[in-house]
Each structure stands twice: as C-alpha cells, then as structure tokens.
Design a protein around this ligand. Structure first.
Ligand code: UDP
Ligand code: MG
Length: 337
C-alpha cells in the first residue's frame, strides 16, 4: 500500500465524552502505523458534556488529533460538511465515534481506492441483526421509496456515511449550494465511480445513540424531498383522475334524474365522498407545506454551520476559509495589541 497521501478521518461528535478516548486508541492501534499522514479531525457538534475537554486532553499526547468546534449543535450532516469544506486532503474517511464503523475496514477502503482507481469506497452493512425489527423494516422501506421516487440519483441500500472519498468527490460537494445536506444523496449525486465493501456493523461500543424515530422520520422526509418532486406533482394527476370519475358520475346522476325523477336519499354516499376528498385535500396541502417549509429554509441561505474554533496542527496548515456553504469565524483578536 502506498501511504504517501494525506488522509483525513472525519469524526462528528455530539456528547460523546465516554467514546472519544477509546476511538483515539483504536485509531492509533489500527491505522496510525500504516498511515503516517493520517489526520484525525473531530468535529464537535455543540456538545454540552466534557467531549471537547477530553479531546483537547488526548491531543496533548497525539499530535495527529485535530478539532473543529461548531458554535452549537447543527446536526451530523452539517458537522461532516464543515470538515469537508475546510480541510484539504487527498482522501477523506467519515466514521462514527462509537466504533460502529470498523476501522480495520479503512485499510481495505484504501487498498481498493488505490488499486481500482475509484472515487468512493463505502461500507455496506450485510447484516442488520444488531438493529431492531422495526428499524430494519423502516430502513428497508426508506431505501425502496427513495430510489423509486428519486429518478436518476440512486442511493445503495444499507450504505451509511461510513466511506472513503477521493478529493474529487469533495470538490463536487463544495459546489452544491443546498442548506439541507442529505449527505448520502449528495454523495450519489456526483455520480463518480463507487465500490461497496460488505461488513457487519457491530453495536455501539460506548455511549448512546443520538437518533430516535421522530428524528429519523424527518431525516427520511428531508432526503426524499430534496431528491424528488414527485410527491408534489402527483396531486395534479390524482385530481385529474378524481375529476374524471366525478364527471362520469355527474352524467349518470343527470340521466337518472331525467328518467326516474328527483331522488333525495344518498346522505351516506355524499358524506363519504366529502370526507374522503376533504382528507385527500388536507394530505396534499400537508405535502405542499413540507416542501414550502424546506424551500423557505433554502431561500434564507443561512450558513450550514459555524466553526467557532479550530485546534490542532491542521489549524496552521489549512486556509481558514470555507469553500462550501458554512462559515468559519476567525479567532478572537487581542485588543491590547
Ligand atoms: N452526531 C453528531 N451530531 C448530532 C447527532 C450525532 O455529530 O446531532 C454524531 C455522533 O456523535 C456519532 C455520529 O454522529 O459520532 C453518529 O451518531 P449515532 O451513533 O448516534 O447514530 P447511529 O449510529 O445510531 O445511527
Ligand atoms: Mg452509531
């Protein structure tokens, strides 16, 4: 393996004080010897516990550790974007701090990246037995629906953010201006060559998951709505279909009235039609609202994240400038100078 390249290992952390030390020692043990040019970049996503202190402590003995500190919690997707936007490297790996993304696999990623000359190598979970049945079914349903609706951009099932990406992918990502960073979709949008490597995802080694079903639901909607307008457009076809049925029914009623005279019964059928159509209209307005809310987020064009501080060697090596859609606020000035 040729190891003369810069690799940045991006690890977003949010209240992970119990996980960072183990992660650093595992990185040291599994990767550091093979990869002299590896930079570990933690992105602190507004932790309220001792995560930042723990990382800075670990940094004193390990100068390959770096920390981008976001000014508050912006979400994992924004945290990953912050590192991709500001740090220059030949390749990037995105991993969770809880060791659910096995670091041994990174060596395999590099091997494939170098020998097969691909731009992305991602880990594909072949066994979701550590997930609950509901999680498996909902995840499977999400990938199915996303790929049915998204048109040209397809995301592979059971592939998360754990992957190695070439700098070429990052250059593409930096040109995508959207605020809603559904990373899996954005990675796929670029369309460069991707290879999947199967792996078994272990359970979280330390700490607790930051996800719950309401969050996952919104995440799924974000993904679908930023890659498909079909839920929005379907209503004109549905409306046309219902109008056609209504027209046929109208002809039938007119004919029936002319032949058999006025008939006042029909309360039940009238009620069911009104309630059914009322329900459908509310659903379609709701979907309009979901899109409109997201459009309003986009048009405000607020930065995706705010990097408030940068710690580590990398701080002196990278231009403190953002190439993507966030902002780096420069260090505090000393007013006595
Ligand atoms: N994370 C983050 N910001 C958030 C939520 C999570 O940076 O708002 C980080 C978290 O610290 C972890 C990674 O994203 O390193 C994945 O989170 P988690 O393990 O909770 O997700 P799961 O693996 O359960 O999908
Ligand atoms: Mg995890």
């Amino acid at each position: 393996m040729n190891s003369r390249f810069n690799l940045v290992l991006i690890v977003p952390v949010f209240n992970e004080e119990d996980s960072v030390a183990l992660f650093v020692s595992e990185t040291q043990r599994i990767l550091k010897d093979y990869l002299p040019n590896i930079f570990l970049v933690f992105v602190d996503d507004g932790s309220t516990d001792k995560t930042v202190e723990k990382i800075l402590e670990l940094q004193q003995d390990n100068n390959f550790i770096n920390l981008l500190k976001l000014s508050r919690n912006f979400g994992k997707e924004a945290a990953v974007s912050a590192a991709l936007d500001t740090i220059e490297a030949d390749a990037y790996v995105i991993a969770d701090v809880d060791l659910q993304d096995p670091l041994e696999l990174v060596l395999q990623f590099i091997e494939v990246w170098q020998t097969q000359k691909v731009d992305t190598v991602c880990g594909k979970r072949i066994d979701r037995s550590t997930d609950t049945g509901t999680k498996r079914i909902t995840a499977g349903g999400f990938y199915y629906i996303f790929n049915k609706l998204s048109g040209r951009v397809k995301i592979p099932a059971n592939v998360g953010d754990f992957r190695l990406i070439d700098r070429r992918v990052v250059e593409i990502l930096r040109t995508l201006p959207e605020r809603n960073r559904f990373m899996k979709g954005l990675f796929a949008w670029g369309g460069l060559k991707t290879v999947e490597i199967p792996y078994v995802r272990p359970e979280r080694a330390t700490g607790v998951t930051k996800w719950n079903y309401p969050k996952l639901w919104n995440f799924a909607l974000d993904g679908i709505m930023s890659f498909s307008t079909l839920p929005l457009r379907i209503w004109s076809y549905f409306g046309g279909f219902v109008a056609l049925l209504a027209f046929i029914y109208m002809l039938w009623i007119v004919a029936k009235t002319l032949i058999f005279g006025v008939d006042v019964s029909g309360y039940a059928s009238l009620m069911s039609v009104i309630l059914f159509l009322g329900g459908i209209q509310l659903v379609s307005i709701g979907i309009l609202g979901e899109y409109l809310g997201r459009v309003s987020e986009e048009v405000k064009r607020r930065p995706v994240y705010v990097i408030s501080e940068i710690f580590g060697n990398i701080a002196t090596q990278i231009p403190v400038q953002c190439y993507g859609s966030g902002i780096v606020v420069h260090g505090k000035k000393n007013h006595d100078e």
